[in-house]
Design a protein around this ligand. Structure first.
Ligand code: FES
Length: 135
């Protein structure tokens, strides 16, 4: 990885703050099938963690949604369990633009036609961030 690629992977783009959930979009750092996200990417300048961080690894065709609450972090593949369309954040839900399925921030299905919850990803805490894997 070049220095430019490394710096590019650390860019944090704050998008929303205020009354709804605050979130940012980051690319993370990919290595051997896992994605790591530094804690600095998970927090804003005041050190408050974002409620949601959207991780867009270059090697994946879908985003990873990382949710933060008082119990810690959880991560879900941002792909619909119906036919695989990329989910979109719409207020307090993840919505599928293809056929209208909706999922909660805990990955549970709220409305179909999808019948399965979102795939939860494994989150491990590192000294400086999170490591996210699909197993
Ligand atoms: S692919 Fe998402 S509802 Fe069909």
């Amino acid at each position: 990885m070049t220095r430019r690629e490394l710096l590019g992977s650390l860019i944090v783009l704050p998008l929303v703050s205020g009354c709804g959930p605050s979130y940012s979009v980051v690319s993370g750092f990919e290595h051997q099938g896992m994605v790591t996200v530094d804690f600095t990417e998970l927090s804003d300048a005041s050190k408050q963690p974002y409620d949601i961080v959207i991780v867009r690894p270059k090697s994946l065709t879908y985003p990873i949604y990382v949710f933060h609450n008082d119990k810690g972090y959880t991560a879900f593949a941002g792909v619909c369990t119906h036919k695989g369309c990329e989910l979109q954040l719409e207020g307090e839900i993840l919505a599928c633009p293809c056929h209208g399925s909706e999922f909660g921030f805990n990955g549970s299905i709220l409305s179909g036609p999808a019948t399965e919850d979102l795939k939860q990803l494994t989150v491990k805490y590192l000294e400086h961030g999170l490591m996210i894997t699909s197993s």
